[in-house]
Design a protein around this ligand. Structure first.
Ligand SMILES: Cc1cc2nc3c(=O)[nH]c(=O)nc-3n(C[C@H](O)[C@H](O)[C@H](O)COP(=O)(O)OP(=O)(O)OC[C@H]3O[C@@H](n4cnc5c(N)ncnc54)[C@H](O)[C@@H]3O)c2cc1C
Ligand code: FES
Length: 304
């Protein structure tokens, strides 16, 4: 049973203010890392939580956009000082964000959402597709005992190993691989065109990795919904605990608008709509009702 208690889940724990941009640099094709100075946010946020980012004095886009914590950056004395966020250029907000220079201020509120639970994982297997790797650098660092998060800092049982399975369209979209390797996380890559790592789906990597692991695995997953759904089915087949972080579009991030709902089952198997921004974005994979679930069984490839 997943323990989601103990993390600051609700927006009344959040900070809202203007954060100064310290840097905004390109790290892969159409992918940037922005560093925001905000000690109140940096000291409270835990892996899997997100913040809402809005361009001030603009009405296009009017609403903020949710972006996951990538890293907490300490100051010279070691205290949490800034947060890093990695974003892929998708549309109106992210294409303007790339132009924001160091020294500018952004409207920020967070931390938001529940984050990944600090449950034991002897071998933490992080499965990411597209830009879904962003929550996993901080999570991997936390589970390898390199960094603590939250106020007060939460306790997490140290894992024996952390592995990232990361899939992207092609090598040029892979963002932050060296950050993960520098943190001691073993990285397995997959690309659609075979330009780096396994040619094919990142979900192809999961079962062989789990079969070879000498330790019990726990899977965490983030990315496009079909890939999350496939990972959830693989975890169920292998009887491995799995939590997923859903990236539903969000308007407010604080539970007020219901634009972010997902279908989530309760313990008795009945489902209802849950707000991803306050009751997620992290859910137990077996509780999520995925869009194509009623369409039938897993594909032949996954069933192999
Ligand atoms: C909890 C959470 C964490 C996230 N973390 C990150 C992150 O770390 N890095 C990152 O790059 N992105 C992340 N996202 C996704 C990010 O919020 C969207 O890509 C962003 O809102 C796009 O804004 P935009 O104005 O550039 O695009 P828009 O102009 O708003 O949208 C362009 C197109 O993308 C579609 N779209 C927008 N948001 C989503 C979505 N979430 N899923 C599917 N389609 C969408 C729109 O319907 C539209 O068709 C996260 C989302 C959530 C909910
Ligand atoms: S984004 Fe408004 S309720 Fe979740």
């Amino acid at each position: 049973m997943t323990s989601f208690q103990g993390t600051p889940t609700y927006p009344d724990h959040a900070w809202h203010g203007n954060a100064t941009v310290l840097e905004n640099v390109q790290i892969a094709r159409a992918t940037f890392r922005i560093r925001l100075a905000s000690p109140p946010l940096a000291e409270r946020i835990v892996p899997g939580q997100f913040l809402m980012l809005r361009l001030p004095r603009r009405d296009d886009p009017l609403l903020g956009r949710p972006l996951a914590l990538y890293a907490v950056v300490p100051d010279a004395s070691g205290r949490p000082h800034a947060v890093d966020v990695v974003y892929l250029i998708i549309g109106r907000m992210t294409s303007r964000l790339r132009e924001v220079p160091a020294g500018a201020k952004l409207d920020v509120w967070g931390p938001l959402g529940n984050g990944f639970p600090p449950d034991e994982a002897e071998h933490l297997v992080m499965v990411a597709g597209g830009i879904g790797q962003t929550p996993f650098l901080s999570l991997g660092r936390e589970f390898l005992g390199m960094q603590r998060y939250g106020k007060p800092p939460r306790a997490v049982p140290v894992a024996k190993k952390a592995t990232l399975c990361y899939g992207a369209r092609s090598a040029e979209f892979l963002a932050g691989v060296s950050d993960f390797e520098a943190a001691g996380i073993e990285v397995h890559l997959a690309t659609d065109d075979g330009s780096r790592g396994h040619r094919g789906l990142v979900t192809d990597l999961i079962a062989p990795l789990v079969a070879k692991s000498p330790w019990p695995c726990r899977i965490v997953c983030c990315g496009p919904e079909p890939m999350i759904a496939a990972t959830a089915r693989i975890a169920q087949r292998l009887a491995i605990p799995c939590q997923v972080s859903l990236e539903t579009p969000m308007a407010c991030g604080i539970g007020a608008c219901f634009s972010c709902v997902a279908r989530i089952r309760d313990e008795s198997g009945n489902w209802d709509y849950r707000r991803t921004c306050v009751e997620g974005p992290v859910f137990d994979a077996q509780h999520v009702v995925f869009d194509n679930e009623e369409l039938g069984a897993p594909s032949a490839r996954e069933a192999e």
